[in-house]
Design a protein around this ligand. Sequence first.
Ligand SMILES: N[C@@H](CCC(=O)N[C@@H](CS)C(=O)NCC(=O)O)C(=O)O
Length: 238
Amino acid sequence: MIILHQPKRAFGLPCPSAFCVKLEAYLRMAEIPYELAEGEPTDAPKGKIPWITHGDTEIGDSSLIIDYLKAEFGDPLDSNLSTTEWALGHAVQKMLEESLYFVSSYSKWAEDDSFAIYAAELFQGMPEEQLAYVPEMVRGKVIEKFKAQGIGRHAKAEVYQIGVKDVKSFAALLGEQDYLFGDKPTSFDASALGVIGNVKDGPFGSPVQDAILANATLSAYIDRMRLTWFSDLIEEVA
Ligand SMILES: N[C@@H](CCC(=O)N[C@@H](CS)C(=O)NCC(=O)O)C(=O)O
């Protein structure tokens, strides 16, 4: 049995982490049985969530895990893609995970109002005396990482300009299709549910969230995936 290690569900999302949502969506779309185990980045083999264990095998990184799952369980989602479609999907995934993800992460950590909401969840249960300094200390470290990655070097308006451009680009490629490559989902849609879906339905307002919500087709695409693969969670939240 695959054990998927990730933090607990929050904000009505399958997980606050886009990469965990991506992987859980993939498992559900590919109909691979799994169990959840609570885990934080500090417990993870690469210091990042998600990770899986499968017997004695432990793997970190959602994309490497999906490669492993394809090798172990077959590739029901992506095997019919042409080489060109696969290459386009790969490029789109990189745009979502290496660009838009950091814009969304910035909106959680760098914006005071959003950070207050996020910190209340993240540091829930922490003793009062630690709450006085730990959240701001962790926040400072994350913002330093944004500088190293690059997104933290831009003015706020520029960060959102980058994110909105990614959203528009994805929406243009999706067009009126049900999924990125037609009427069946692929692993690239799982990635979009993680990154775009968490911005759309998360509690962190931003110009990027506004751009997603303003696009009825893109919003319906996210809602369709949630209803199809995570209806149990929608019922839990309702
Ligand atoms: N490339 C990784 C990215 C995973 C990732 O960045 N996870 C974030 C949460 S969304 C994390 O664990 N951050 C903690 C840290 O960097 O310390 C994947 O696809 O799994």
